[in-house]
Design a protein around this ligand. Structure first.
Ligand SMILES: Cc1cc2nc3c(=O)[nH]c(=O)nc-3n(C[C@H](O)[C@H](O)[C@H](O)COP(=O)(O)OP(=O)(O)OC[C@H]3O[C@@H](n4cnc5c(N)ncnc54)[C@H](O)[C@@H]3O)c2cc1C
Length: 426
């Protein structure tokens, strides 16, 4: 009976593992290899950084929930993938054979791309992991004690912009609540060609909506920005013109900064010959399968998706929850088809839903499909976005506790918008 190993116990890995358990025969052997014993609901990390959530609210030990569902789990992490031999070596030295490998290894954070960037170098805070968010919260508390200028944004080559918008607008709300907003000039510095581009070429009137929010909340912004150095309270960056030439050089002082980094692929995955693009993201066909190794599938941030358009400063395309769920469902279906010896493989819809909380309100963007031209281009805003984000968090944690494959992102909002996860069989 089939042996399936899922690598990565994040949003994608958990979803695919429970769905495999539901859909494959009982005898199928399903194993998840994570890096550590905890699951982190990454979309809630900005709230940890601002103190509206504690670390324990967004993290849970995951092993017991897998074993209840007859899914084996190792927290050892994958050291090496011997793709030609269908075998893995874990960091504890153990070897595991597989018939199918599902990679859900998320991003490796490439702070090294910019001098001084990231919490280790010390030039900027991060919300990408829960531990980064905990450290960032300490820095936020210092800001509250000694207010001063703040710089928030994304580094060149970043692909995940929603959390930067969410962080800057929620931070602004928290400062107003504490009545110290008047002592904190805020600047948003981004490689995007315009506010609301989000690596998606904009969604509906996301430009108008986000510019309006920034104006309404007194947040300045600079686009086409190529940050070159973050150190000792100074953010150095070049503002590029449309030809990609330096139009102006800037230096902004800050007492608190948070930047989303560019992403790369997980080193163990990137090292497999002919599996990945030069950045280490897994190349897949339209069925989420590696063209080189047909028994290797990939879902989530680790998948190679080309940028939507050329921009003066490079920006990548985001991979968000709704898209990831559609990838994991397609993979499970395609493994079932493969096991049955069929050829009716399915494709994920690859739509994008971004919800950006702003403290007491929020903005939502729906792009179906993600790449233009689109069948649906929709933006909305209101207090309901904040509550929808809370619902995603609670629902996803509940899904893990119950060990089910429920498509959280689709259920919470898209049911009412009629978006399907899978394209018809091909
Ligand atoms: C701060 C932030 C906020 C976001 N907010 C939203 C949001 O509100 N809505 C939305 O739709 N999307 C959001 N996203 C985008 C996306 O949904 C998340 O990044 C999501 O967590 C991606 O899921 P994933 O499974 O691809 O990666 P992850 O959830 O990051 O999981 C990958 C896992 O693989 C593990 N791993 C890596 N290498 C190995 C290895 N060699 N062996 C074993 N395990 C390994 C990692 O440790 C990690 O646990 C956000 C992203 C960020 C960074």
């Amino acid at each position: 009976m089939a042996r399936v190993i899922v690598v990565g116990a994040g949003l994608g890995g958990v979803s695919v593992a429970f769905e495999l358990r539901e859909k494959l025969p009982k005898q199928a052997q399903i194993t998840v290899v994570g890096e550590g014993a905890e699951f982190n609901f990454v979309p809630s990390n900005p709230w940890v950084a601002l103190g509206t959530r504690k670390r324990d609210d967004v993290v849970m030990p995951i092993g017991d929930f897998f074993s209840k569902r007859n899914i084996e789990f190792s927290p050892a992490g994958v050291k090496e993938i011997h793709a030609a031999e269908n075998r893995l070596t874990l960091n504890d030295g153990s070897q595991h054979d597989y018939d199918y490998l599902v990679l859900c290894t998320g991003p490796k954070l490439d702070f090294a791309a910019v001098e001084g960037a990231g919490p280790e170098a010390g030039g900027s805070q991060s919300i990408c992991t829960v531990d980064h968010a905990v450290t960032s919260h300490q820095d936020f508390l210092k800001l509250c004690e000694a207010p001063g200028p703040v710089v928030i944004g994304a580094l060149p080559g970043a692909s995940c912009f929603g959390p930067a918008y969410e962080y800057v607008l929620t931070l602004e709300y928290e400062l107003r609540k504490r009545k110290i907003r008047d002592q904190v000039p805020i600047t948003f510095v981004t490689p995007e060609p315009y506010i609301g581009h989000m690596g998606l070429g904009g969604v509906g009137d996301s430009k108008g909506l986000m510019e309006h929010k920034f104006r309404e909340h007194g947040i300045k912004w600079i686009c086409n920005a190529k940050v070159t150095k973050l150190a000792e309270g100074h953010c150095h960056f070049d503002e590029m013109n449309e030809q990609g030439e330096v139009a102006k050089q800037h230096q902004l002082d800050y007492v608190h900064s948070m930047f989303l980094p560019p992403f790369k692929g997980s080193p163990a995955v990137a090292a497999v010959p002919e599996l990945c693009n030069p950045k280490g993201f897994v190349i897949t066909d339209k069925h989420q399968r590696s063209p080189k190794y047909p028994n290797i599938f990939a879902a989530g941030v680790c998948v190679a998706i080309p940028p939507i358009e050329a921009t003066p400063v490079p920006v990548g395309a985001p991979k968000t929850g709704l898209m990831i769920e559609s990838m994991t469902t397609a993979i499970v279906s395609n493994i079932e088809v493969h096991e049955a010896g069929g050829t009716d493989f399915v494709e994920p819809t690859l739509s994008a839903l971004c919800l950006a909380d702003m403290g007491n309100t929020g903005a939502a963007f729906l792009a179906v499909p993600q790449n233009p031209p689109r069948n649906r281009n929709w933006t909305g805003s209101g207090r309901w976005v904040h509550w929808a984000k809370v619902a995603f968090e609670k629902y996803f944690m509940y899904k893990i506790r119950r060990g089910t494959s429920e498509p959280v992102y689709e259920r919470v909002s898209l049911r009412f918008m009629g978006v399907e996860r899978l394209k018809s069989k091909k």
